[in-house]
Design a binder for this molecule. Structure first.
Ligand code: ME8
Length: 570
């Protein structure tokens, strides 16, 4: 969302995208979770979320990237031995969806149901391992939103006031004078801008100016694992600069029913529905409430009844989001949580935006990357590998078809694929597929690299972890083949013992690669395991210690993992 603000007070400038408004009042800030009864058998899960995508948009590269990043983190944590709960889903309310449904001649719910099937299919296509998929039109979510609204209203956090000013229909946000350009017009990103006079409900934010600054600045010291509250550091600094240089404006949390009916009704005034951003952010706790999280249920009192399960989730360990929605997550969401009486998420991890060929992706100019067609042509793991390898979590990235094809060819087909295929093929050819006695010639290097990968994964440094796997293991093992030349050793029976050693080192390296690569490219990792003749999945980092393959074990048939594509696609 563009950087819109909305308020009757003169607005101050800020660099963070989002919409606010401002006034005063001083609610007491509850200091943390209410006294939730936690049953002794429960252990808090590592709770990881993504942004929930607007249901009416097309799934694109940016959506795919964010969900893959979160999925790699989720799989890595599981593999490192943590119990994980990974949530993603859809943002379904608001003016844009209501209008799109109207245009397609459907009722909003039916329209959303149809699109939700497409988005759930997209999550499958990306091979996401999400534990739940939230839709904001679901009753379980609406109940939680209304419970929170009732609680905050009863505690005096809201007030009703008349708004007079500009409103962007496209961005569903209020605009102020400062959003105007020198020629008094508004940026085209805002679409149609109308003048409005209407009553709405506002959330007092002004007294929340200081503590978020202290919260952000007191990290990483406050965090037991030494994490920043907002990463990367330049996004943290951006939020701090915004909070220090701008008076917070009160947040409008309603829209009049007369203008918008596709939303969650305010429980205390039936003439209004909930502002779509307030509604959407609550997904991060509406799902824990529905899953029976004791802290969230206690904070919402007895409003949510009979959850099916009893899983301890809140506070979230990581919210993975894009840079454009940072202010909502780093300012409004923490303030809302404090007001509810819940602890803050442990970390907000902010990724950058993808462009295509150096330009903003846009359907109208035709420069879009369609993840589905890429996956259909090249396979889901080639896509997953490329986006994580190419773009670190933080900066903006640039997709080029040539760049994708170059990495596919050099790193996947000729690097990893060739290593696994030639290692297993030589074991088949020279030893009938039977693993020779163990040898640990490469063990020190591979164990060290595996330790480094695990450490980076614990820090969510996915790109660094992947580079270590490729530079320190794949490239090293391919170099080892060239140095030891097993095909030459095989020509002379006098070299049999040395050939045994080389083949063991290569085969065991392939096994460890499967384990380390599983969070990133799970289907390929499972294929490597299957070709090694191993049962189960390579889904526990503890399997990555050297020496797991036993002498006498028979491998299965080697099959190319990433078929070479001779003619690059334009
Ligand atoms: O913002 N590159 O939904 P959304 C990388 N419903 N990431 C991108 C991107 C790009 N080109 N374009 C979008 C919303 N994203 C709200 C979220 S959360 C409570 C509500 C990212 O469908 C974007 O930054 O517009 C966001 O994190 C996610 O895709 C969903 O964007």
């Amino acid at each position: 969302m563009p950087g819109a603000t909305a308020g009757r007070r003169p607005a101050t400038t800020g660099t963070l995208p989002g919409s606010t408004r401002c006034a005063d009042s001083s609610p007491q800030l509850p200091s943390g979770p209410s006294s939730a009864k936690v049953s002794p058998r429960m252990r808090k899960r590592f709770y990881l979320t993504t942004a929930i995508d607007y249901v009416n948009g097309e799934p694109h590269l940016g959506h795919a990237y964010e969900k893959i990043v979160a999925d790699v983190i989720a799989r890595a944590r599981r593999s490192l031995g943590e119990e994980v709960f990974f949530l993603t889903g859809l943002d379904e309310h608001g003016q844009k969806v209501q209008q799109a449904a109207l245009d397609s001649g459907k009722k909003p719910q039916a329209y959303c149901d149809d699109l939700a099937a497409v988005w759930k299919g997209f999550a499958k296509k990306l091979n996401l391992s999400n534990d739940d998929f939230v839709r904001t039109s679901e009753p379980r979510h609406q109940t939680a939103v209304q419970a929170i609204l009732s609680k905050l209203n009863a505690a005096g956090h809201f007030y009703k006031a008349q708004y007079r000013g500009f409103y962007s229909l496209k961005e569903e946000t209020f605009l102020t004078e400062k959003d105007r350009r020198a020629d008094r017009t508004f940026d085209a990103n805002y679409g149609q801008v109308v003048e409005l006079v209407e009553d709405n409900y506002y959330f007092h934010l002004r007294e929340h100016q200081q503590w978020p600054i202290e919260h952000i600045e007191s990290h990483p010291e406050l965090d037991p694992q030494g994490r920043e509250f907002i990463e990367p550091f330049y996004r943290r600094n951006e939020v701090l600069a915004f909070l220090k240089n701008n008076a917070l404006e009160d947040l409008c949390i309603s829209r009049p029913l007369a203008r918008l009916n596709w939303g969650i009704p305010l429980p205390f005034d039936e003439k209004f529905v909930t502002y779509v951003w307030f509604d959407a952010l609550v997904n991060y706790i509406s799902v824990p409430a529905a899953q029976g999280d004791p802290a969230v249920l206690a904070a919402l009192k007895s409003e949510i009844r009979n959850p099916k399960s009893e899983i301890e989730l809140w506070p979230a360990d990581v919210h993975v989001i894009g840079k454009d929605i940072l202010k909502f997550h780093a300012v409004y969401w923490p303030i809302t949580l404090r007001a509810i009486g819940l602890p803050l998420p442990k970390q907000i991890l902010v990724h950058g935006w993808w462009q295509k060929d150096g330009q903003k992706m846009s359907k109208s100019t035709g420069n879009i990357v369609d993840p589905i067609s890429i996956i259909d042509e090249w396979g889901v793991d080639a896509f997953r590998y490329y986006v994580v390898r190419e773009l670190d979590i933080g900066p903006d990235g640039n997709w080029t078809d040539a760049g994708f094809q170059a990495r596919y060819s050099a790193e996947l087909a000729n690097g990893l694929g060739n290593l696994v295929n030639r290692s297993l093929s030589m074991l088949k050819r020279y030893r009938n597929g039977v693993v020779p006695p163990s040898s640990d010639e490469l063990a020190p290097e591979i164990n060290q690299a595996a330790g480094h990968v695990r450490d980076r994964l614990r820090e969510n440094k996915l790109q660094e972890a992947l580079m270590s796997i490729f530079f320190s293991i794949v490239d090293r093992a391919n170099q080892y083949v060239d140095q030891t030349a097993p095909f030459k050793l095989a020509r002379d029976p006098a070299n049999a013992a040395r050939l045994d050693q080389v083949l063991y080192n290569l085969t065991e390296t392939c096994r460890i690669l499967a384990v380390l690569l599983w969070p990133f490219i799970p289907a390929t990792a499972e294929k490597i395991f299957a070709q090694l003749g191993l049962g189960g999945r390579p889904d526990q980092m503890s399997y990555a210690d050297w020496g797991g393959l036993n002498a006498g074990h028979s491998i299965a048939e080697p099959v190319a993992l990433f078929p070479r594509k001779d003619r690059p696609k334009n």
